[in-house]
Design a binder for this molecule. Structure first.
Ligand code: OVM
Length: 401
């Protein structure tokens, strides 16, 4: 009799969505990477990938690791989604492709050129106003929370009324990818009201005629997408475009507040603002995880993930995998962070990443020109979300230049 060596599937009972892990996910990430290329999460009866190579390969392999059953824990093959699925995020080719092409153009580098000057001026005005208020302030609210809301809804073409709904709506959408825990319950009372507001803002008549929203409707007029698709594509902007950039900007501010030598480097070479943002996205991974669903029995690292099963992709763990990154826990402007999976990878890679980079670049350039030193003025406080790594508060003390 011959025995075929079948690698054992390591398992853990850890809860990636518990408050303890959300407060500090790094120990779990280390544990998952060490356990093996695939780890069974017994608490949710799902599988986890936490090493860079496996995460990146699975993200590229959209055929075997599908998004159409939802990229949260809920499996749309068996459960009703909390809202109609996103045409981009929660779809596979070919359905995914036409809406994706539209947003690739609407949010592409060419389209952003006309916003660049305005956004840099807006960033300068915001930083001046914050500095005029004193040397200590909460960077999570005064800068990270304020700047995207100052520029992005205008660029979409959203009227002013109700904009305060954007962050709570996005926060719930990102919680809803996780299990139905207390974070989801906390958002539930407002879901109907917030969803109705968002849906009402996606109509052509609700949008100005010169923003991203109008350009999506123009794509429908050209036949690039159907008119029925247009409001859902606008909804993707309103869902994915606010909380992500707020927490991404918080990440880069926190990184510099805790790495004074890197701040001096940025001060000397402000053209590093862009790479600094990508390094912060790698280091902090504002979007921590997404699920995929196996479309057949898929082999990963000698282990079979059965057809129909959910697999949790730990973007954050991959972004600090020592198999891929030298000194992964260091926030370092000397490194080339390209290849990080903080924006995902493959066909679903963040279509708004150029918008995010422009926002961060504008804000960090304005800050670097005006501030000699930044440091924490007190302990930062985390904001817990099932998907996002976020801050409620980053007390900063700055020394004006
Ligand atoms: C969407 C979307 C895309 C990316 C992330 C996301 C809530 C949503 O198309 O609605 O998170």
């Amino acid at each position: 009799m011959t025995a075929t060596a079948v690698p054992a599937l390591p398992a853990t009972g850890a809860d990636p969505f518990s408050h303890e892990v959300l407060e500090d996910p790094l120990p779990l990430h280390e544990q998952l990477r060490a356990a093996g290329p695939v780890v069974y999460l017994s608490r949710y009866d799902t599988y986890a990938l936490a090493r860079y190579e496996e995460v990146r390969s699975a993200l590229v392999d959209w055929q075997d690791f599908s998004s159409a059953a939802g990229v949260g824990l809920a499996n749309f093959r068996h459960e009703e989604p909390w809202r109609p699925p996103s045409l981009l995020l929660e779809a596979d080719p070919p359905r995914h492709d036409a809406p994706r092409r539209v947003l690739t153009t609407v949010l592409g580098p060419r389209a952003l050129r006309r916003l660049r000057e305005d956004w840099h001026a807006d960033a300068e005005a915001l930083v001046d106003a914050v500095l005029a208020g004193g040397r200590t302030f909460d960077a999570a609210t005064a800068l990270a929370g304020a700047f995207p809301l100052r520029v992005f809804p205008d660029a979409v073409g959203l009227p002013a009324e109700g904009r305060e709904n954007l962050l709570p709506y996005g926060d719930h959408a990102f919680n809803a990818f996780g299990p139905p825990n207390d974070l989801v319950a906390k958002g539930s009372p407002r879901v109907a009201e917030l969803s109705a507001w968002v849906a009402s803002r996606c109509a052509r008549e609700a949008l100005t005629d010169d923003g991203f929203g109008a350009q999506i409707w123009a794509a429908a007029d050209r036949g690039d997408i159907t008119p029925a698709m247009a409001p859902l594509v606008v909804r993707s902007l309103l869902t994915a475009g606010v909380d992500t950039t707020v927490h991404g900007i918080s990440a880069v501010l926190y990184a510099f507040a805790t790495h004074p030598e890197q701040w001096q480097r940025l001060r000397a070479e402000p053209e590093l603002a862009r790479v600094a943002f990508d390094e912060a996205v790698r280091w902090e991974s504002p979007v921590q995880t997404f699920f995929r669903t196996a479309t057949r029995d898929v082999e990963v690292g000698g282990v079979v993930v059965p057809d129909g099963r959910k697999i949790l992709m730990f973007l954050a763990a991959a972004n600090r995998d020592p198999r891929r990154w030298t000194d992964p826990d260091a926030f370092d402007l000397s490194r080339d962070p390209s290849g990080h999976v903080g924006f995902g990878f493959g066909i679903h890679q963040c279509v708004g990443q150029h918008v995010a980079r422009l926002e961060a670049e504008a804000l960090m350039t304005a800050l670097a020109a005006r501030v000699e030193r930044i440091e924490l003025a007190g302990p930062p406080r985390r904001h817990h979300n099932n998907t996002l790594r976020a801050f409620a508060s980053i007390p900063l003390r700055v020394t004006p230049a």
